[in-house]
Design a protein around this ligand. Structure first.
Ligand code: HAS
Ligand code: CU
Length: 539
């Protein structure tokens, strides 16, 4: 095993382990919500479990997986990982942070959910562990940037490989996003959680949180898009529709990922309507690169299907390699994201947001997006990557072929009823299967039960995924490794870097946009009459 592969796989296995634990929490929640009597079925345990689920899946699984993918991409496209000892230092920092936060959650002292909104108060260890995770990921950012810069110095004027361009986009989004998180945690939350100050302003904290929280979702999505654009066209037997368009898409994510956070705060006081409107405009702007993606990736697949002999308007679809788990994972992710993205457009509209905010609709939305478009793409990629870098064949290829379909079906069962129940007024994050017998709630119960069935199917699918990966690693003999191959564009792009490769320039423009979107509202929040609160730990 080469040192680079060891680095990639170390991150990868932490991601898989976090996923396994987080998935177990999920099935318990789904069953508890459906009123199934479980041992220890208390509100305390329910919220503890939701916290562990959200943190381990949304924050730990994704971050470690993306770090693994980032290192794999720079190693295989740029031929280098600059500063491997730094990379290991980042890995250990992030891992130690994850352990500290997980222990804090499981000890029952830090039940604050993955958004950790003050005045919900966790044990300081929760925040300290999360900080180490983020600091570890910053080291990853540094290593990624150093690798890219060193490659550019050695290849002046050459167009950077597309996959590296995409992963660097994710790095930049992450740095811009975590700036807001750092202010929230270091300046506001840590002093309060250790008792140096006794009150915190929830609105100010939430505003910094959503500065981070929205671009976080694109930090997840962009690496998935890297797979969709730079690998899947080849896996499907075709070529990428357009290299140039793809670079424009990635740059738009740098520009518009961050200045949109108020679409999570439409109902929050203290932020004037005009600023919320501005963030609505930028939110619609950030949908554009995904619409382009829908077009470009589908066009690439159509090209592949026709190259495989598909004819007629839709005949190409059936010719695609639907039993290849990497391909089917991404294709099913795309179908699911068409629904999830549509829901996003509804969320982003001020008046419609009032109908769905804080309802079960939101959990439906994010299980289609991060829970499927991103997660299922990552799952499929694992089946493709692991045999290539280790030389071990997949242990149960049939299970691997079926697993993405199980995930897809389970997720529709889970998410569609959640959307409907949300429209009927069912709140999100409320524990109790019977809703205390409230009459209005009775209509939600059948929908919750269907969701629970979805949850069980998802759990089976999750265990299949973890089982196939672990079995491959522990049971299968080592063989010859194979290269990580990327898709060729249909038309070779002109040599030489273009305007869309000037990542520094676009980062500077993004910073200006962030200042426009946040400077005045934050100034106002910090200077207006404040209503800070003591901390609460109800669970
Ligand atoms: Fe979202 C809430 C708006 C995308 C995640 N979102 C959340 C939360 C999470 C989340 C975790 O405006 C909950 C946070 C919490 O706990 O409170 N979201 C959007 C919009 C988009 C969007 C406008 N979200 C995502 C992605 C996520 C994610 C991506 C994770 C990865 N979201 C919101 C809003 C809220 C929100 C409000 C707050 C709600 C509230 O009130 O609390 C857009 O980026 C979506 C653009 C996507 C599209 C779809 C493109 C389609 C594609 C596939 C096409 C496939 C085809 C078929 C054609 C426009 C690319 C292919 C054919 C074959 C044959 C294969
Ligand atoms: Cu958002």
């Amino acid at each position: 095993m080469t040192p680079a592969v060891r680095l990639v796989l170390s991150h990868f296995w932490v991601a898989v382990a976090a996923f396994g634990v987080g998935a177990m929490m999920a099935v318990m929640q789904a069953l508890a919500r459906a009123g199934v009597e479980l041992p220890f079925g208390t509100a305390n345990l329910y919220y503890l479990s939701v916290t562990a689920h959200g943190v381990l899946l949304a924050l730990v699984f994704t971050t470690f997986f993306i770090m693994a993918l980032g290192y794999l991409v720079v190693e295989t496209t740029l031929g280098r990982i600059a500063g491997p000892s730094w990379a290991w230092a980042g890995f250990w920092l992030a891992s130690i942070g994850t352990v500290i936060t997980t222990v804090a959650i499981l000890s029952g002292t830090s039940t604050v959910l993955y958004t950790f909104y003050p005045p919900l108060l966790a044990h300081p260890a929760f925040y300290i562990g999360a900080t180490l995770l983020v600091v570890g990921s910053w080291v990853w950012c540094g290593v990624m940037i150093a690798s890219f810069v060193s490659w550019r110095r050695a290849n002046r004027g050459t167009r950077p490989p597309l996959a590296a361009h995409g992963m660097l986009t994710a790095v930049i989004i992450w740095i811009l996003a975590t700036a807001g998180l750092a202010v929230e945690v270091v300046i506001l939350i840590l002093p309060w959680s250790v008792g140096l100050v006794d009150r915190i302003d929830p609105i100010v904290a939430r505003t910094y949180f959503w500065w981070f929280g929205h671009p976080l979702t694109y930090f997840w999505l962009v690496p998935a898009y890297v797979l969709w654009y730079t690998m899947i066209p080849r896996v499907a037997g075709g070529k990428l529709f357009s290299d140039a368009l793809t670079r424009v898409v990635f740059i738009q994510f740098i520009l518009f990922s961050t200045p949109v956070g108020f679409h999570h705060q439409f109902t929050d006081p203290g932020i004037a309507g005009g600023w919320k409107l501005l963030h609505t405009f930028t939110t619609y702007a950030i949908m554009f690169p995904s619409l382009v993606t829908a077009f470009t990736v589908t066009a690439s697949l159509e090209y592949a299907g026709r190259a495989r002999g598909g004819a007629g308007t839709f005949g190409w679809i059936g010719k695609l390699p639907w039993s290849d788990p990497f391909f089917s994972s991404v294709a099913l992710s795309m179908v699911t994201f068409a629904l999830g993205g549509f829901g996003g457009a509804i969320n982003a509209a001020y008046a419609m947001n009032a109908m769905i905010h804080n309802t079960a609709w939101v959990q439906g939305h994010f299980h289609l997006t991060v829970g499927t478009a991103v997660t299922l793409s990552f799952m499929g990629f694992s089946y493709w990557m692991l045999p290539r870098v280790t030389g071990r064949a997949l242990v149960w290829p049939r299970v691997a072929s079926v697993q993405p379909y199980l995930w897809f079906i389970g997720m529709q069962f889970f998410s569609i009823p959640s959307h409907i129940a949300g429209l009927m007024g069912m709140p999100r994050r409320v524990y109790t299967g019977e809703f205390h017998g409230i009459e209005a709630a009775q209509a939600w119960i059948p929908l919750v039960n269907i969701s629970a069935v979805g949850g069980v199917i998802l759990f089976v699918s999750a265990m299949c995924w973890v089982g196939v990966l672990a079995g491959t690693m522990f049971v299968m003999p080592r063989g010859a490794t194979r290269p990580i191959e990327y898709a060729e564009p249909m038309v070779a792009p002109p040599d030489g870097a273009s305007l869309w490769d000037r990542l520094g320039l676009w980062t500077a423009v993004a910073i200006v946009l962030i200042i426009i979107a946040y400077a005045q509202p934050l100034y106002h929040l910090h200077t207006m009459a404040r209503f800070p609160s003591r901390g609460f730990s109800p669970f």
